[in-house]
Write a protein that binds this ligand. Structure first.
Ligand code: ADP
Ligand code: ADP
Length: 229
């Protein structure tokens, strides 16, 4: 589904490429976890998939289409993006925050309201207690759930998740991981999930790609990684 071919990304003024000669196939409907220490190029890879940056060489294709030749708006419509600092708008309610992208796409009001409610419930949040609140009234874990709901609002087939649960406490984090795994059984998105935590990678991944200093050093299922460390 997502195909990275011989990707190298060299940022100007950096001694080493952030990503070097990377080839990676990410199958449809699976969670592929990119794991490795800080600075090994994980976020750079995500940013090349949704074309926030261009590779120096090599190509990224999604369903056979080269993303460099795709209209960026069109591309991003199909890609949800969740980061650690989700940046909910503080003066907008949770419902309004989740509705941002559907509004951009000019969905009718009723359709938006229905979808927002569905997403709040889907993310395991209490509908009545959450919808009208402001971000500052929620816990870190609840905010992160809203961040995931917002990214899923227009039902993109692909989700890029960059340390999505990195900023929440360990208990909330476990709940969020379980919730995403439960949800994934139903929604079957193609998810690229970035973490520096190997335990999280093993729990979440159908496949795991281990990186070190911009290079892919191991790829396999959690079982393969565990039996061949
Ligand atoms: P990770 O997500 O694994 O922490 P990044 O992809 O953020 O790694 O960074 C990989 C390398 O590229 C690091 O050395 C980082 O400093 C560098 N880097 C990331 N973004 C930029 C940028 N915009 N300009 C220059 N160097 C960058
Ligand atoms: P992450 O590991 O999630 O990418 P960082 O803190 O490394 O987070 O990067 C945050 C932002 O700073 C990103 O936009 C990245 O492109 C930029 N950045 C990271 N490293 C560098 C660098 N060496 N020079 C310039 N910008 C950088």
């Amino acid at each position: 589904m997502i195909e990275l071919k011989q990707i190298t990304k060299q940022y100007p003024g950096q001694a080493m490429p952030a990503v070097e000669q990377l080839s990676l196939s990410i199958p449809e409907g699976e969670i592929c976890v990119l794991v490795g220490p800080s600075g090994c190029g994980k976020s750079t890879i995500l940013r090349m998939i949704n074309r926030m940056i261009e590779p120096t060489s090599g190509s990224v294709t999604i369903k056979g289409e080269n993303v460099s030749k795709t209209d960026s708006d069109q591309l991003r419509m199909g890609i949800g993006y969740v980061i650690q600092q989700i940046g909910l708008l503080p003066h907008r309610t949770i419902a309004e925050n989740i509705a941002i992208v559907p509004r951009l796409y000019k969905w009718p009001k009723e359709k938006i309201a229905k979808r927002v409610d569905e997403l709040i419930v889907m993310m395991g949040l209490d509908l009545e207690k959450t919808r009208g609140k402001y971000p500052s009234q929620l816990s870190g874990g609840q905010m992160q759930r809203v961040g995931v709901a917002r990214a899923m609002a227009v039902d993109p087939p692909i989700m890029l998740m960059d340390e999505p649960f990195g900023a929440v406490d360990p208990i909330a984090r476990t709940h969020l991981q379980d919730e995403l795994l439960r949800l994934q059984k139903e929604i079957k998105k193609t998810i690229v999930f970035v973490t520096h935590d190997i335990n999280e990678a093993i729990k979440m991944g159908d496949n795991i790609a281990i990186f070190d200093a911009g290079k892919l050093v191991q790829f396999g299922t959690p079982e393969e990684i565990l039996t061949n460390p």
